[in-house]
Design a protein around this ligand. Sequence first.
Ligand code: BGC
Length: 324
Amino acid sequence: MKPQIYILKNTHLEVHISTLGATLTRMLTKDLQGKVVDVLLGMEKAEDYESPEYIASGAYLGAIIGRYGNRIARGRFEIDGVKYQLAINNGENHLHGGLCGFDKKIWNVGQAGTDSLTLTYCSPDGEEAYPGTLQVKVGFSLQEKALRIDYEAVTDKKCFVNLTHHPYFNLNPEAADIKRHTLKLYTDRYLKTDDLIPDGTFVTATGDYDFTSPASLQGVIGNQGGLDDCFVFNNSGKLIRMAELFDDQTGIKLYVCSDYPGVQVYTGKFLNVKQAKDGKQYGPYAGVALEAQFWPDSPNHPEFPSTLLVPGEIYRKTTIYGFE
Ligand code: BGC
Protein backbone atom coordinates (compact mmCIF):
# COMPACT_ATOMS: atom_id res chain seq x y z
CA MET A 1 0.00 0.00 0.00
CA LYS A 2 1.27 3.46 -0.88
CA PRO A 3 1.51 5.99 1.94
CA GLN A 4 -0.98 8.86 1.88
CA ILE A 5 -0.64 12.31 3.37
CA TYR A 6 -3.59 13.87 5.19
CA ILE A 7 -3.74 17.60 5.85
CA LEU A 8 -5.36 19.05 8.98
CA LYS A 9 -6.06 22.75 8.86
CA ASN A 10 -7.62 25.57 10.84
CA THR A 11 -7.03 29.32 10.74
CA HIS A 12 -3.83 29.08 12.79
CA LEU A 13 -2.19 25.81 11.96
CA GLU A 14 -1.73 23.28 9.17
CA VAL A 15 -0.35 19.83 9.93
CA HIS A 16 0.51 17.15 7.36
CA ILE A 17 0.43 13.53 8.52
CA SER A 18 1.53 10.48 6.56
CA THR A 19 -0.07 7.07 6.96
CA LEU A 20 3.49 5.69 6.83
CA GLY A 21 4.54 5.71 10.46
CA ALA A 22 1.75 8.13 11.46
CA THR A 23 4.45 10.66 10.62
CA LEU A 24 4.17 14.41 11.08
CA THR A 25 5.68 15.70 7.84
CA ARG A 26 4.87 19.43 7.99
CA MET A 27 3.63 21.83 10.63
CA LEU A 28 2.86 25.28 9.30
CA THR A 29 2.42 28.24 11.61
CA LYS A 30 3.04 31.98 11.24
CA ASP A 31 6.00 34.03 12.32
CA LEU A 32 5.77 37.52 13.88
CA GLN A 33 5.44 39.11 10.42
CA GLY A 34 2.59 36.78 9.50
CA LYS A 35 4.75 34.72 7.13
CA VAL A 36 3.90 31.01 7.00
CA VAL A 37 6.75 28.86 8.33
CA ASP A 38 7.08 25.06 8.29
CA VAL A 39 8.74 24.36 11.63
CA LEU A 40 9.22 20.59 11.20
CA LEU A 41 12.07 18.66 9.64
CA GLY A 42 10.81 16.19 7.05
CA MET A 43 11.07 14.71 3.59
CA GLU A 44 9.40 16.06 0.44
CA LYS A 45 7.15 13.17 -0.52
CA ALA A 46 5.50 10.38 1.42
CA GLU A 47 7.56 7.77 -0.51
CA ASP A 48 10.85 9.48 0.44
CA TYR A 49 10.48 8.05 3.95
CA GLU A 50 10.75 4.56 2.42
CA SER A 51 14.06 5.12 0.63
CA PRO A 52 16.93 2.93 1.89
CA GLU A 53 19.22 6.00 2.30
CA TYR A 54 16.66 7.75 4.48
CA ILE A 55 15.99 4.64 6.60
CA ALA A 56 19.75 4.10 7.02
CA SER A 57 20.08 7.64 8.42
CA GLY A 58 18.08 6.49 11.49
CA ALA A 59 16.56 9.95 11.82
CA TYR A 60 12.92 8.94 12.49
CA LEU A 61 11.83 12.44 11.32
CA GLY A 62 8.38 13.19 12.80
CA ALA A 63 7.43 9.51 13.05
CA ILE A 64 5.52 7.63 15.69
CA ILE A 65 7.80 5.37 17.72
CA GLY A 66 6.66 2.01 19.07
CA ARG A 67 6.11 -0.39 20.60
CA TYR A 68 8.75 0.93 22.89
CA GLY A 69 10.18 4.38 22.25
CA ASN A 70 13.80 4.91 23.26
CA ARG A 71 16.18 2.20 24.48
CA ILE A 72 15.84 -1.16 26.19
CA ALA A 73 19.21 -2.33 27.51
CA ARG A 74 20.57 -5.23 25.46
CA GLY A 75 17.04 -5.68 24.10
CA ARG A 76 16.09 -7.80 27.09
CA PHE A 77 13.21 -7.88 29.50
CA GLU A 78 11.21 -10.37 31.51
CA ILE A 79 7.48 -10.69 32.17
CA ASP A 80 6.16 -13.28 34.67
CA GLY A 81 9.43 -15.20 34.49
CA VAL A 82 9.46 -15.37 30.68
CA LYS A 83 12.52 -13.78 29.08
CA TYR A 84 12.22 -11.84 25.84
CA GLN A 85 15.06 -10.92 23.48
CA LEU A 86 14.40 -8.04 21.10
CA ALA A 87 16.48 -6.90 18.13
CA ILE A 88 19.76 -5.16 18.93
CA ASN A 89 19.72 -2.22 16.54
CA ASN A 90 21.63 0.52 18.37
CA GLY A 91 25.06 -0.41 19.69
CA GLU A 92 24.36 -3.15 22.25
CA ASN A 93 20.77 -2.04 22.77
CA HIS A 94 17.27 -2.04 21.35
CA LEU A 95 16.03 1.33 20.04
CA HIS A 96 12.65 2.69 18.94
CA GLY A 97 10.78 -0.59 18.57
CA GLY A 98 13.39 -2.52 16.60
CA LEU A 99 14.25 -3.18 12.98
CA CYS A 100 10.77 -2.52 11.66
CA GLY A 101 9.00 -0.48 14.30
CA PHE A 102 5.71 1.40 14.10
CA ASP A 103 7.44 4.22 12.19
CA LYS A 104 7.84 1.87 9.19
CA LYS A 105 4.27 0.55 9.11
CA ILE A 106 1.41 1.81 7.00
CA TRP A 107 -1.36 2.85 9.38
CA ASN A 108 -5.06 2.48 8.67
CA VAL A 109 -7.28 5.52 8.51
CA GLY A 110 -10.11 5.53 11.01
CA GLN A 111 -11.79 8.90 11.04
CA ALA A 112 -10.54 11.75 8.80
CA GLY A 113 -11.87 15.32 9.10
CA THR A 114 -10.64 18.82 8.26
CA ASP A 115 -9.00 19.27 11.63
CA SER A 116 -8.71 15.74 12.99
CA LEU A 117 -7.48 12.32 11.97
CA THR A 118 -7.42 8.91 13.61
CA LEU A 119 -4.91 6.28 12.56
CA THR A 120 -4.86 2.69 13.75
CA TYR A 121 -2.39 -0.14 13.63
CA CYS A 122 -2.66 -3.72 14.83
CA SER A 123 0.73 -5.10 15.82
CA PRO A 124 0.61 -8.91 15.75
CA ASP A 125 1.67 -11.08 18.68
CA GLY A 126 5.42 -11.60 18.43
CA GLU A 127 6.08 -8.70 16.06
CA GLU A 128 9.65 -7.54 16.71
CA ALA A 129 9.58 -10.28 19.41
CA TYR A 130 7.24 -8.30 21.67
CA PRO A 131 4.45 -10.36 23.30
CA GLY A 132 0.76 -9.83 22.60
CA THR A 133 -1.40 -8.45 19.84
CA LEU A 134 -1.35 -4.72 20.39
CA GLN A 135 -4.16 -2.61 18.92
CA VAL A 136 -3.03 1.00 18.69
CA LYS A 137 -5.08 4.09 17.94
CA VAL A 138 -3.59 7.55 17.53
CA GLY A 139 -5.79 10.62 17.34
CA PHE A 140 -4.52 13.92 15.94
CA SER A 141 -6.63 17.03 16.43
CA LEU A 142 -6.10 20.73 15.98
CA GLN A 143 -7.18 22.90 18.86
CA GLU A 144 -6.70 26.57 17.96
CA LYS A 145 -2.91 26.97 17.76
CA ALA A 146 -2.12 23.46 18.99
CA LEU A 147 -1.86 19.89 17.73
CA ARG A 148 -3.11 17.35 20.23
CA ILE A 149 -1.99 13.74 19.93
CA ASP A 150 -3.89 11.05 21.85
CA TYR A 151 -2.40 7.57 22.10
CA GLU A 152 -4.52 4.54 22.97
CA ALA A 153 -3.59 0.87 23.02
CA VAL A 154 -4.91 -2.46 24.25
CA THR A 155 -3.18 -5.81 24.37
CA ASP A 156 -4.16 -9.46 24.77
CA LYS A 157 -0.92 -10.38 26.62
CA LYS A 158 1.14 -8.38 29.09
CA CYS A 159 3.55 -6.16 27.19
CA PHE A 160 5.73 -3.10 27.69
CA VAL A 161 4.53 -0.09 25.70
CA ASN A 162 5.99 3.39 25.27
CA LEU A 163 4.48 5.31 22.36
CA THR A 164 5.83 8.69 21.32
CA HIS A 165 6.37 10.92 18.32
CA HIS A 166 9.75 12.06 17.10
CA PRO A 167 9.27 15.55 15.63
CA TYR A 168 12.39 17.65 15.13
CA PHE A 169 11.70 21.38 15.24
CA ASN A 170 13.54 24.24 13.66
CA LEU A 171 11.51 27.39 14.34
CA ASN A 172 13.66 29.32 11.87
CA PRO A 173 14.12 26.96 8.91
CA GLU A 174 16.20 29.60 7.09
CA ALA A 175 18.93 28.86 9.63
CA ALA A 176 20.86 25.62 9.12
CA ASP A 177 20.69 24.69 12.78
CA ILE A 178 18.88 25.34 16.06
CA LYS A 179 21.84 26.67 18.06
CA ARG A 180 20.23 30.09 18.50
CA HIS A 181 16.99 28.65 19.83
CA THR A 182 16.24 29.01 23.51
CA LEU A 183 14.80 26.12 25.47
CA LYS A 184 12.91 26.17 28.73
CA LEU A 185 12.15 22.98 30.67
CA TYR A 186 9.73 22.81 33.59
CA THR A 187 12.06 20.52 35.52
CA ASP A 188 15.61 20.54 36.79
CA ARG A 189 16.07 16.74 36.80
CA TYR A 190 17.15 14.26 34.18
CA LEU A 191 18.13 10.61 34.17
CA LYS A 192 21.78 9.75 34.62
CA THR A 193 22.82 7.42 31.83
CA ASP A 194 25.72 5.26 30.81
CA ASP A 195 25.87 4.85 27.04
CA LEU A 196 22.34 6.34 26.96
CA ILE A 197 20.97 3.65 29.31
CA PRO A 198 19.70 4.98 32.68
CA ASP A 199 21.55 3.73 35.74
CA GLY A 200 18.50 4.43 37.92
CA THR A 201 19.74 7.69 39.44
CA PHE A 202 18.87 11.31 38.72
CA VAL A 203 20.97 14.36 38.06
CA THR A 204 20.06 17.89 39.08
CA ALA A 205 20.64 20.05 36.02
CA THR A 206 23.29 22.73 36.40
CA GLY A 207 25.39 24.84 34.05
CA ASP A 208 24.81 24.07 30.36
CA TYR A 209 22.10 21.55 31.33
CA ASP A 210 20.06 24.04 33.35
CA PHE A 211 16.99 25.05 31.32
CA THR A 212 14.78 26.02 34.25
CA SER A 213 14.99 29.54 32.79
CA PRO A 214 15.07 29.91 29.01
CA ALA A 215 18.64 29.27 27.84
CA SER A 216 20.24 29.16 24.41
CA LEU A 217 21.08 25.71 23.04
CA GLN A 218 24.44 27.08 21.92
CA GLY A 219 26.08 26.40 25.28
CA VAL A 220 25.13 22.76 25.65
CA ILE A 221 25.87 22.09 21.97
CA GLY A 222 29.22 23.91 22.01
CA ASN A 223 30.43 22.53 25.33
CA GLN A 224 28.74 19.12 25.63
CA GLY A 225 27.92 18.06 22.06
CA GLY A 226 24.24 18.79 22.74
CA LEU A 227 21.49 16.95 24.56
CA ASP A 228 20.24 13.40 24.21
CA ASP A 229 18.66 13.14 27.64
CA CYS A 230 15.42 12.22 29.29
CA PHE A 231 14.22 15.06 31.53
CA VAL A 232 11.81 13.81 34.19
CA PHE A 233 8.66 15.26 35.75
CA ASN A 234 6.68 14.56 38.91
CA ASN A 235 3.31 15.05 37.23
CA SER A 236 1.58 11.88 38.55
CA GLY A 237 0.03 11.24 35.14
CA LYS A 238 -1.38 14.78 34.83
CA LEU A 239 -1.16 16.83 31.65
CA ILE A 240 1.34 19.60 32.34
CA ARG A 241 3.48 22.02 30.41
CA MET A 242 6.95 20.51 30.08
CA ALA A 243 8.96 22.48 27.56
CA GLU A 244 9.10 25.65 25.48
CA LEU A 245 11.26 26.37 22.47
CA PHE A 246 11.74 29.87 21.08
CA ASP A 247 13.51 31.48 18.16
CA ASP A 248 14.06 35.22 18.35
CA GLN A 249 14.46 35.66 14.56
CA THR A 250 10.98 34.41 13.68
CA GLY A 251 9.47 35.10 17.11
CA ILE A 252 7.88 31.63 17.02
CA LYS A 253 7.38 29.97 20.39
CA LEU A 254 6.46 26.30 20.68
CA TYR A 255 5.28 24.62 23.86
CA VAL A 256 4.94 20.94 24.73
CA CYS A 257 2.42 19.58 27.23
CA SER A 258 2.04 15.93 28.16
CA ASP A 259 0.91 13.50 30.81
CA TYR A 260 3.98 11.31 30.23
CA PRO A 261 6.61 11.45 32.99
CA GLY A 262 9.49 12.41 30.68
CA VAL A 263 10.70 14.30 27.63
CA GLN A 264 13.66 13.08 25.65
CA VAL A 265 15.45 16.15 24.30
CA TYR A 266 17.68 15.27 21.37
CA THR A 267 19.48 18.14 19.66
CA GLY A 268 20.24 16.06 16.58
CA LYS A 269 24.00 15.62 16.81
CA PHE A 270 23.96 12.72 14.36
CA LEU A 271 21.43 14.07 11.88
CA ASN A 272 22.53 13.32 8.34
CA VAL A 273 19.63 13.41 5.90
CA LYS A 274 20.27 14.13 2.24
CA GLN A 275 17.48 15.23 -0.09
CA ALA A 276 15.06 16.39 2.56
CA LYS A 277 12.07 18.60 1.74
CA ASP A 278 12.31 22.04 0.13
CA GLY A 279 15.73 21.17 -1.36
CA LYS A 280 17.35 20.89 2.07
CA GLN A 281 19.90 18.60 3.65
CA TYR A 282 20.00 18.10 7.39
CA GLY A 283 23.32 17.97 9.19
CA PRO A 284 24.15 17.98 12.91
CA TYR A 285 21.81 20.16 15.00
CA ALA A 286 19.46 20.92 12.07
CA GLY A 287 16.56 20.39 14.47
CA VAL A 288 15.75 19.53 18.04
CA ALA A 289 13.47 16.58 18.83
CA LEU A 290 11.15 16.95 21.82
CA GLU A 291 9.69 13.51 22.56
CA ALA A 292 7.26 13.12 25.46
CA GLN A 293 7.48 9.53 26.68
CA PHE A 294 8.00 7.08 29.53
CA TRP A 295 11.58 6.71 30.67
CA PRO A 296 14.13 4.68 28.70
CA ASP A 297 14.71 1.07 29.74
CA SER A 298 11.86 1.12 32.26
CA PRO A 299 11.15 -2.61 31.64
CA ASN A 300 14.43 -3.19 33.52
CA HIS A 301 13.79 -0.58 36.21
CA PRO A 302 10.81 -1.64 38.35
CA GLU A 303 11.27 1.59 40.35
CA PHE A 304 10.48 3.72 37.23
CA PRO A 305 6.88 4.59 36.25
CA SER A 306 5.50 1.33 34.87
CA THR A 307 5.16 0.76 31.12
CA LEU A 308 3.59 -2.66 31.51
CA LEU A 309 0.25 -2.85 29.73
CA VAL A 310 -2.00 -5.62 31.00
CA PRO A 311 -4.96 -7.20 29.13
CA GLY A 312 -8.16 -5.39 30.11
CA GLU A 313 -6.36 -2.08 30.69
CA ILE A 314 -6.32 0.78 28.20
CA TYR A 315 -3.08 2.66 27.55
CA ARG A 316 -3.99 6.34 27.26
CA LYS A 317 -1.50 9.16 26.88
CA THR A 318 -1.64 12.65 25.42
CA THR A 319 0.92 15.10 24.07
CA ILE A 320 0.23 18.61 22.80
CA TYR A 321 2.51 20.70 20.57
CA GLY A 322 1.23 24.28 20.53
CA PHE A 323 2.26 27.78 19.56
CA GLU A 324 1.86 31.03 21.45
C1 BGC B 1 17.38 9.12 20.70
C2 BGC B 1 18.72 9.36 20.05
C3 BGC B 1 18.69 8.83 18.63
C4 BGC B 1 17.56 9.53 17.90
C5 BGC B 1 17.40 9.08 16.48
C6 BGC B 1 16.34 9.82 19.89
O1 BGC B 1 15.08 9.55 20.44
O2 BGC B 1 17.37 9.58 22.02
O3 BGC B 1 19.75 8.74 20.78
O4 BGC B 1 19.91 9.07 17.99
O5 BGC B 1 16.35 9.30 18.58
O6 BGC B 1 17.29 7.73 16.39
